[in-house]
Design a protein around this ligand. Structure first.
Ligand SMILES: [Zn+2]
Length: 216
């Protein structure tokens, strides 16, 4: 779920140019549709790849010289669930429903969203699948507060019932993102090219828009 924002950056997976001052820490910001900005730092002081999650939710991925950016990003992908869990832990109830809502009402609200999601999401993904020719194995609807959607290696797509709090075009965008994962199980340039094409060249714009919504 990574989209690189700083294309003019100094490092890239393959033909990295030699840097004149190898002692410098090279910093790059990645755009993550669900996590937001992730700082990537290649540092001469780093001994191994590591991820730090601050109380603010800010995520920093550090890696030493000698480790490729590609490998560092793969590590980040592997740790995505851990980052999300850690963020939730450090930020407490940041992503929870408004605390003023009594538990019974929260429950009722979730059940209402679940009913709406069960009515809306299955036909929506079916229509998008038919329109794009991207097929998926199964759909599960969960009360996930940390991610809008996910796609397993076996193309089982999971969608959050909180998608029902989004405008329809963003709901579609999340679904298209997950459908693209049935072809590319990563966030490679080819993945982004496909998603960008299917959204009429609006992937970045829609990502930005999506990030304005917290999963509530
Ligand atoms: Zn993704």
């Amino acid at each position: 779920m990574i989209g690189r924002s700083g294309r003019g950056g100094r490092s890239s997976g393959g033909g990295r140019q030699r840097v004149a001052t190898p002692r410098a820490t090279l910093v790059e910001v990645l755009e993550h549709p669900l996590l937001g900005e992730v700082t990537l730092a290649q540092s001469p002081r780093a001994r191994r790849i590591s991820i730090r999650v601050r109380a603010t939710g800010a995520v920093r991925l550090s890696y030493p010289y000698g480790v490729s950016r590609q490998r560092a990003v793969a590590f980040l992908e592997e740790k995505c669930a851990w980052i999300v869990a850690t963020r939730e832990r450090v930020a407490g109830r940041r992503a929870a429903l408004p605390p003023q809502l009594p538990p019974a009402e929260q429950k009722a609200r979730i059940e209402e969203l679940r009913r709406a999601a069960k009515a809306d999401l299955p036909p929506r993904i079916a229509a998008l699948s038919a329109a794009t020719g991207l097929s998926y194995a199964a759909l599960t609807i969960r009360a996930s507060r940390t991610r809008w959607g996910s796609c397993s290696g076996r193309n089982r797509i999971s969608l959050s019932l909180f998608l029902m709090t989004l405008p329809e075009h963003l709901r579609d965008f999340v679904i298209l993102h997950e459908l693209c994962h049935t072809v590319h199980h990563n966030h490679s340039p080819r993945f982004h090219a496909l998603l960008d094409r299917l959204t009429g060249g609006r992937e970045k714009e829609l990502n930005r828009e999506l990030r304005r919504y917290a999963v509530l």
